[in-house]
Design a protein around this ligand. Structure first.
Ligand code: HEM
Length: 462
């Protein structure tokens, strides 16, 4: 066992513990900030390879300890769940937003209550009756495009996913301007308060101020529309109904700002991670014709039996493998920022209460012990008899522990649907030289904004 709890439970005497974890090499003053901001996944992978499961890095004035590997993933989700808090790092966002009970930034009862209240809203099964709200927005977008139209992948995908989440979760039509407002608002907040990539001055920029204002108005309208609607008898409670229920049952947890931030949560949680994952998939398929032919054939087979349904999506095993393998090699949520609440030992190092931690949850995604030939993109890893992702806590694209993605099953299905509909209705080719396309961290990874594709309707859709 390489993780042990408080000093009383620790198997080795303190004197047997090693010194400070190794420090990643960096520049004076800024430390590793440049490499970290440029490409955090490569930085973490390189340092992990160099130093092993525990190391430190400095980025400007901050020092963080990185913990990596399946033991820490297990510990975080099991007996060690109380050893980590997200209240400090995510708390910066919580304080910036003046939303004292922001779900991702609270632990214990305040978190458990919100999670229980909303769990059913994010379950995959809850979308069985609402599949059309995921399938229709992307189908109509693709079938109404001009022939041979070039699209910028980033805004194109964000618009589609934002519309889908708006309709399926919040019962609201979200337009292009509103999508852009959401993205500007959320990413400015994240970069200022969480990542520290933007100065606070960014909050005074007119573009941000206007976007935040319009986003606030939209969320207010969503709430009003929900309250003013006439519910149909026997109808399931909506997402906003659950929040209103929470506000009544636990007024201590729902200030006006909390209600606003939690109304925005499905968009914040879903748009960039799903859009980013699909941007990696499109990039991959543009470079691998055989893989593309294989997944298109599977999609056509499933469509040959009729329109996509909740059940038929389950038959898309190759597309699911494509999505899962993309989440292994291009994980959009690669590390969890936490603070230690108590002392514990990890790999022979003493982690002290108050240490700022980065749990590199996806560290094992490239470990050949678990994923043979890890550099090979292989969509068959996730099915019988291989099931490589089921080997303990090694596959973690949705995080680990109490805050693990509440919508993991739904998000996977949502991504599979989007890829399937895309492959069914359009052919695509690169409309920019692919070597000019890079990964951007905004802060979640996404293929860069210059990634452009030309879409041609497939004969099948006419
Ligand atoms: C590919 C898609 C997605 C990925 C990779 C992803 C990943 C994650 C991860 C890693 C976390 C944990 C963050 C942490 O512990 O610090 C998380 C939390 C969360 N996600 Fe997702 N997510 C995705 C899609 C979605 C979608 C579609 C929604 C909602 C519609 C959503 C809603 C949430 C919420 C509400 C939380 C906070 C849970 C809590 O604090 O208990 N996510 N997600």
């Amino acid at each position: 066992m390489s993780v042990t709890g408080t000093p009383e439970e620790t198997s080795e005497p303190a004197s047997a513990l090693k010194n400070e974890p190794p420090l990643a090499k960096g520049l004076p003053i800024i430390g590793s900030a440049a490499s970290l901001f440029k490409d955090p996944v490569t930085f973490l992978r390189e340092q992990h390879k160099l130093h092993g499961q525990v190391f430190k890095f400095k980025a400007m004035h901050k020092t963080m300890t990185v913990l990596a590997g399946k033991e820490i993933n297990r510990f975080m989700a099991g007996e060690g769940r109380d050893y980590f808090t997200s209240e400090v790092t995510w708390g910066r966002l919580r304080d910036g937003l003046k939303s004292p009970h922001l779900m991702i930034a609270v632990d214990g009862d305040a978190h458990a209550y919100q999670r229980k209240l909303l769990k059913g809203q994010f379950s995959k099964a809850a979308f069985k009756e609402r599949m059309d709200r995921l399938v229709d927005p992307i189908t109509t977008t693709l079938t109404s495009l001009d022939e041979g139209q070039d699209v910028h992948v980033g805004p194109f995908l964000r618009n589609i996913v934002c519309r889908q989440i708006g309709l399926a979760v919040q019962n609201v039509e979200v337009n292009t301007q509103q999508t852009e407002d959401f993205m500007t608002t959320q990413n400015t907040y994240l970069n200022v308060f969480m990542i520290g990539k933007f100065p606070r001055l960014a909050l005074y920029m007119p573009k941000f101020a206007l976007s935040a204002l319009r986003t606030g108005s939209l969320l207010k309208k969503v709430r009003e529309d929900n309250s003013n609607r006439c519910p149909v008898e026997g109808e399931e409670p909506t997402y906003m109904d659950k929040i209103e229920q929470g506000a009544k049952e636990r007024p201590d947890l729902y200030t006006e700002n909390d209600i606003r931030t939690i109304s925005m949560l499905p968009f914040v949680g879903g748009v960039d991670p799903i859009g980013g994952t699909i941007s990696f998939i499109l990039y991959r398929l543009l470079q691998d014709d055989a893989l593309r032919e294989r997944v298109v054939a599977e999609v056509d087979n499933v469509y040959a039996k009729g329109a996509l349904t909740y059940e038929s999506v389950e038959q898309l095993q190759d597309v699911r493998g494509l999505v899962m393998e993309t989440m292994r090699v291009n994980p959009v949520a690669y590390a969890m920022a936490r603070t230690a609440t108590k002392d514990f030992e990890f790999e022979g190092y003493r982690i002290k209460q108050g240490d700022e931690l980065m749990v590199f949850t996806v560290a094992n995604h490239w470990d050949e012990t678990f994923f043979p030939e890890p550099e090979t993109f292989d969509i068959e890893r996730y099915r019988e008899p291989r099931n490589e992702h089921k080997n303990g806590a090694i596959y973690a694209p949705f995080g680990r522990g109490p805050h693990t993605c509440i919508a993991a099953g739904l998000a996977e299905m949502h991504t599979v649907i989007n890829v399937a509909v895309l492959l069914r209705y359009v052919d695509f080719e690169a409309a920019v030289s692919l070597d000019k396309v890079k990964v951007n961290y905004i802060p979640a990874p996404f293929m860069s904004e210059n990634f452009k594709i030309k879409l041609t309707r497939r004969a099948i859709s006419t």
